[in-house]
Every structure is written in C-alpha cells, then in structure tokens.
Design a protein. Sequence first.
Length: 256
Amino acid sequence: MRKPFIGGNWKMNTDSKAAVQLAKDVAQKCAGLLDKVDVSVCPPFVYLASVKNAIGSAKLGLGAQNVYFEAKGAFTGEISCSMLKDLGCKDVIIGHSERRHVIGESNELINKKLIAAIDAGLLPIFCVGELIEERKAGKTDSVVKEQIQKGLAGITVEKAKAITIAYEPVWAIGTGLTATPQQAQDVHLMIRQLIADMYNKEFAAQIRIQYGGSANAGNAAVLMSQPDVDGLLVGGASLKADDFAAMIKAAAEAKK
Ligand code: 13P
C-alpha cells in the first residue's frame, strides 16, 4: 500500500507573515492526519527558514520549489542542494511546468537536478505533463514518456526510490480545468507501466504518483479514489489552510 502524499506548492505567493501563519494553520489543522498521509509544504526559498521554524516539531514536511545541480560556486541567484538540507528541507520540486515552460528548463537540466538532489539526500517531486496542443494532437503519452525517460536517465532503481512523480497536465494548472479522474488515472497507469519497463514491477508498484492541476477541496476525493493516484500536488488550494486540510482528509479517507 502506497501512503498518500499531498504537497502544497505555494509558488511565488505569500509574504513573511502570511507564510508563517499558513504553515502554522496547516500544521494545526492536519495534525491528526499525518500518520496516514505524508504532507509537505513548499514555500518560496526566502521563507523556508521561517516556515521550518513555524512548523516546529509537527510531522509536516518542508520542500523547496526548485534547486540547482552544482554544489557551490559562481552561479549567481541559484540555490544548492546542501543549502536546502541546511534549512531542513526534506523534499524539492524539480521540473515543474512553470520552470519548463516559463523559465525554459530542459529535460537534460532536470535530469542533472534530480541526480544532485538524490545524492544530497533530498526527496525530489519530479513533475511531468503535456501542453494542451500536445493532448489535442494525441501526444500525451509520448510527451510524458520522453520527460520521464530523459529525466530519469542514468538513475538506478535504488536512487529512483527517493522520487515521487507528479503528473501535472499543463492545461490544468491554475486554469480551473481539472483533468477528469479517468484522464488522470489513464496517464498515471501509463507512467506506472513505463516505470515497470524502465526498472521493474516491484518498484513500479511502490513509486508514488501525484496528480496536480486545479486540484481542490471539491475534487480531491474523486481524484484520490483512482487506483493509481497516490497523492496531489496542490497550487492555489494549498494557500487556504482549510481547503488544504480538507484535501488531506479526503486523501486519508480515499486510501483507507
Ligand atoms: P494549481 O493547483 O493552482 O492548478 O497548481 C498546480 C500546480 O502547479 C502544483 O504544482
């Protein structure tokens, strides 16, 4: 049985006061659920330390939204894996569609980041997903396959155990257009079969695959009821502690 994993990707939102308050509210509202569901919040870099402090001893995980693959040196504006570890991060989102499509990150860069993060002891949330024109052209599976094959290139099964995959169809992110539960399930199953082909069946049965894209308190239960949906990577709804807590509860219920 895969333990559900809900991530809150705060993106470029909150300020120092709001970030601390949100972290405290989330920690308090989901306190009773953290044995059943893994939960991480991923604030902007600049609030990681204060959010870690606000979480205190709660079992809530802390994640970053990005990382650079080099260990240190002349990389102005970048943040290393060891810096994230130093601040108490457990997870790191890598390959988010906004970084692929707004900032221009390639599969090759994402692969380097995944390798560096795993080697540093971070747990990557590795994001993949197709554009609307790719879906309309029937290319969803081939696009997602290529992202996964290139992203995981050279990563052994032992190392890949650190990874959670997040399927986030780009057309569903921040649009209010959620994938139907069946659309999500179809791609999640395809990903699991691909992982079985690339690695082995046992690992494919273990790896967690989150869905992301306009997931909210209203649709979390039905998305989580799909057999291959193991969690959610939540953007907008993770900024409201009540909604986020409701989604964590829905995940716990769905996988009882
Ligand atoms: P929304 O939940 O705001 O659509 O964002 C999803 C996402 O990109 C999470 O990483």
